[in-house]
Design a protein around this ligand. Structure first.
Ligand SMILES: NC(=O)C1=CN([C@@H]2O[C@H](COP(=O)(O)OP(=O)(O)OC[C@H]3O[C@@H](n4cnc5c(N)ncnc54)[C@H](O)[C@@H]3O)[C@@H](O)[C@H]2O)C=CC1
Ligand SMILES: O=c1[nH]c(=O)c2[nH+]cn([C@@H]3O[C@H](COP(=O)(O)O)[C@@H](O)[C@H]3O)c2[nH]1
Ligand SMILES: [K+]
Length: 503
């Protein structure tokens, strides 16, 4: 007979945290959100890869590209670049992140010297940037011949036909930096010469980057940014259980710091084989997570197969319809609690701590705190990050509200990329995800700051200054559906709704 669990499985919205004693030292600014990403012998050695905040972005086309990865690494987390694309294109995204020099920006506003003032105005309108590089061929990698900034022209006094070459600041009057200029030196040059921007050119005079005055201060404003030993941003990448013999070497060659097998269901021989192949070829030098699982056995299987971390969650994602389509899954909170217990049991037995990632289903910011309290070392989010400027998808205006597109990796839209092959004919396949809109939410930086401010405050309510301390001290309670109603506003009429809606 099938095994039947005695208890139902629960999700985050059914739990609350009961505050514990907090001392006067326990203030949000003192909370440290550092967390481990890959397995290590806890108590005997340092974790070889940690993050400064416990957030990673989902392995999805509509979430994690190179732009997202840079933005998240600046805040201290890691993006896993999506694997549902060609090996070359995924590796290129990884290498874009690794070659990105913080504060060194590839110019997106470029023009030829024979263009006109009207062209400059159109370009400014399109990019929103007022510093335009004038290059011989009008590209970001052309030979620099001058710069146009707002102070170089006055629309009211000049003809729109005036040629850029006649009013730009020409190269012989520009201060430039060479390729070896560090960000600190660039900032000194900017400061000494009262510049707004410093073009960086190579020995042939080809434009490489701009350093902008404001970006230097941005750089200083990212105290938690996540860098490798060469001061490059840390980046992750998704892999699958089919083409790993080609994909993994390409991603490792491009500089990926950590990989993750991306699947709805990880308790499988495919994953074991993939992990064994990575260990056989690279030993422990290549870090690779696996998943997803939702119970103790699944965790132990992947830990014993060599996973560096284990990802938890089937069917809880906002775009997921796996539970409805296939009937597999488990309430995310119950799954997470059981897996984290198994992780602790495995640590007791082997001395090896295998971090757990809670993947999917985060709706409110406090769900992040709950997941951490339940034992997660870090949280993977898709919908959350898809709403930001930095996600790869279109921003649209629908009925007066801005939205961004967000689609599941199991949707036909994502699967149009060739990897998806269920072994049967195409007509036998069914979708496991939807294509949707999410409300546009602005910049990653602002949103992450607000989410983590809430996490820090709640941790202080529990008297916890670190994630391990939260996991020790937190007291969690299931709540009844009636008390969930009690938790929202109730029995009042919201002023902006008017009295007509009062019952
Ligand atoms: N977390 C979740 O709840 C869910 C996530 N997803 C996402 O959708 C995407 C696709 O997920 P899956 O369909 O699970 O992809 P998958 O590649 O893991 O599995 C697809 C099918 O291929 C089979 N397979 C795997 N490796 C194979 C090999 N080497 N040779 C032959 N057959 C092999 C599997 O057994 C399975 O039937 C992923 O990005 C995943 O994260 C989809 C559904 C649910
Ligand atoms: O059933 C599914 N069908 C899909 O098409 C799909 N795409 C992604 N995922 C999983 O959802 C996670 C993101 O969830 P959230 O949007 O709730 O953060 C992701 O991190 C994945 O684990 C899918 N699950
Ligand atoms: K769902």
């Amino acid at each position: 007979m099938a095994f039947i669990y005695d208890e139902p499985s629960h999700t985050f919205g059914e739990y609350l945290i009961i505050p514990g004693y907090s001392s006067c030292e326990c203030v949000p600014s003192a909370v440290n959100l550092k967390t481990s990403v890959v397995k290590y012998r806890k108590g005997e050695e340092e974790c070889p890869l940690t993050m400064n905040i416990p957030l990673v972005s989902a392995i999805m086309q509509s979430v994690s590209n190179d732009t997202m990865a840079i933005a998240l690494a600046k805040e201290g987390g890691i993006s896993f670049i999506y694997g549902s694309q060609s090996i070359e294109s995924e590796a290129r995204m990884v290498s874009n992140v690794k070659s990105y020099k913080a504060g060194f920006v590839v110019s997106d506003s470029n023009i030829r010297p024979d263009a006109t003032l009207a062209d400059i105005l159109a370009l400014k309108e399109k990019t929103g940037h007022s510093t335009v590089a004038v290059t011989e061929d009008g590209t970001a990698a052309g030979k620099l011949v001058g710069i146009v900034a707002s102070r170089d022209y006055r629309v009211s006094r000049m003809s729109p036909d005036e040629k850029v070459s006649s009013f730009m600041t020409p190269i012989d009057k520009l201060v430039t930096g060479d390729e070896n200029t560090t960000l600190k030196e660039a900032n000194d040059i900017i400061w000494d010469n009262k510049l707004n921007s410093l073009p960086i050119v190579d020995k042939n005079g080809t434009l490489k980057y701009f350093v902008f005055r404001k970006d230097y201060s941005d750089h200083k404003a990212n105290p938690l940014e996540l860098l490798d030993s060469h001061k490059r941003y840390i980046v992750g990448a998704g892999i699958n259980t089919r083409d790993y013999e080609e994909r993994v070497p390409a991603l490792v060659g491009a500089g990926a710091d950590v990989l993750c097998i991306d699947s709805s269901e990880g308790f499988s021989e495919w994953q074991k084989k993939t992990l064994e192949w990575v260990r056989g070829k690279y030993g422990d030098s290549v870090k690779v997570g696996a998943g997803n699982v939702v119970d103790r056995e699944g965790f132990l299987f992947l830990a014993e197969s060599g996973a560096d971390f284990v990802k938890v969650g089937i069917g809880g994602g906002s775009i997921c319809i796996t539970r409805e389509q296939k009937g597999i899954g488990r309430g995310q909170a119950t799954a997470l609690i059981e897996v984290c217990k198994a992780r602790d049991e495995y640590f007791e037995r082997t001395g090896v701590y295998v971090p757990v990632c809670s993947d999917g289903g985060i709706v409110h910011d406090y769900h992040v705190t709950l997941a951490l309290a339940m034992g997660a070392d870090f949280i993977m989010l898709g919908r959350y990050f898809s709403r930001f400027d930095e996600s790869p998808t279109n921003k649209l205006n629908i009925n007066g509200s801005y939205v961004k597109e967000y689609w599941g990796e199991g949707s036909n839209r994502a699967r149009n990329w060739q990897r998806y092959d269920l072994g049967g004919g195409a007509k036998l396949s069914f979708e496991e995800g939807v294509d949707s809109y999410v409300p546009y939410a602005g910049s990653l930086k602002d949103n992450v700051a607000q989410t983590l401010a809430k996490v820090r405050h709640t941790m202080c309510n529990c008297g916890a200054l670190s994630i391990p301390e939260l996991q020790q001290k937190a007291k969690l309670t299931l709540v009844s559906s009636t008390s969930i109603v009690e938790g929202g506003y109730h029995d009042v009429v919201l002023k902006d709704k008017g009295l007509s809606s009062a019952e």
